[in-house]
Design a protein around this ligand. Structure first.
Ligand code: HEM
Length: 332
């Protein structure tokens, strides 16, 4: 038995908080930009401590993750075995589309001042090495309801199960302690959604709206969101860990859900997207998508906390750097 302790994960499993900031950035071209981002990796944990210590009861945390092309440009090989650009699903109005993104920051705390301060410090230290392409401030809405009025996050795995479903182990030993994370920003047509009866909405989600109790199997539609996102492999349920947040600007008529899902492989999250956008079987798609549009999509690798810190000294070799694509504006 080896004495080396298992690598420590980043704050993937931290409990859900009242606030979050999601930042997606692209890496600017040039060796200097890559060097800045690598050096920054070493500073993240210290900056979280710097801000979080001032109010420990508010559970400040940050998860940093890298897109596929950015990984090659920044760190070269070895690369996480299952990391690839975001795969698109569906077509036309109902498309899970890929949008540019090389770096994802998932900042959480029970007060927005901590999230805001940390986001500012992390972003300032990145300087002109990156271009921020999306930034969302999410908030908890009543008793953990999504903006569409249903409690969100109920079926998340907890404790040991949450770790087993999200942390890479022996299947990719060099990246053990890491995870994959998929994000999508959704906008909802709340006028159309609110014109449905509560019973119709419950059929679309698969749960009762007020009580959050799951619909009985004999009345739950196979097209319901909860049915299409329930996966089984060899008789066992395969789960992912979500911490979606509502966001919006009522004055501008914007109402959204920032979806974030962690898993130890992109495969289960992609299967859920296929079930939702294409349908299971094809055509039996998620009716929530008749009222919701995904306007961003990115897949990222979350290095373990230990690996994140050591990435500062991991540049691609000269040969790799020569072939690595300039990733400004690249899809994740
Ligand atoms: C369940 C909302 C997108 C995966 C749920 C539930 C709600 C909800 C209200 C029921 C309670 C719960 O268990 O959390 C939303 C909204 C979305 C969205 C508003 C954005 C429009 C997604 C996406 C995925 C996903 C994109 C995966 C790719 C799941 C899973 C469950 C779930 C795995 C639990 C299913 C179960 O075991 O019953 N979602 N969701 N959701 N959702 Fe979503």
């Amino acid at each position: 038995m080896s004495d080396t302790p298992a690598p420590l994960s980043q704050a993937v499993h931290n409990p859900t908080t009242r606030h979050a900031i999601f930042i997606v950035a692209t890496l600017n071209a040039g060796a200097g930009a890559a060097e800045t981002v690598r050096g920054w990796c070493e500073d993240v944990a210290a900056l979280v401590r710097t801000v979080g210590t001032r109010s420990p009861q508010e559970n400040l945390s940050c998860v940093c993750a890298f897109g596929s092309r950015a990984w090659d440009t920044l760190f070269g090989s070895p690369r996480p075995a299952a990391l690839h650009p975001f795969r698109e699903f569906g077509s036309g109005e109902r498309t899970a589309a890929a949008t540019p993104g090389d770096l994802l920051l998932h900042i959480r705390a029970d007060s927005m001042d901590l999230c805001f301060e940390l986001a500012t410090l992390l972003r300032n230290r990145l300087g002109d090495a990156v271009t921020v392409v999306d930034e969302v401030q999410g908030f908890r809405y009543f008793d953990r309801r999504a903006i569409i009025g249903f409690v969100d996050g109920t079926e998340n795995p907890e404790g040991r199960e949450a770790v087993d479903f999200t942390v890479i182990g022996d299947e990719d030993a060099e990246f053990a302690g890491g995870s994959y994370v998929l994000v999508q920003k959704y906008l909802h047509d709340m006028t159309a959604w609110n014109s449905l009866t509560v019973e119709s909405q419950e059929g679309i989600i698969g749960r009762h709206k007020l009580s959050n109790v799951e619909l009985d199997d004999d009345i739950k539609p196979s097209s319901s969101h909860s049915a299409l996102t329930t996966l089984e492999e060899n008789g066992q349920e395969v789960k992912i860990l979500r911490d979606n947040m509502p966001f919006g600007r009522p004055g501008a008529g914007e109402f959204g859900t920032y979806f974030i899902g962690y898993a130890r492989s992109p495969a289960p999250i992609e299967q859920m997207l296929e079930n939702m956008f294409v349908g299971r079987p094809p055509g039996n798609y998620d009716r929530l998508l008749d009222y919701s549009r995904a306007i961003t999509g990115g897949l990222f690798f979350v290095p373990s906390a230990d690996l994140l810190e050591s990435l500062a000294s991991r540049a691609p070799s000269a040969g790799e750097a020569a072939v690595a694509p300039a990733s400004a504006g690249s899809a994740a």
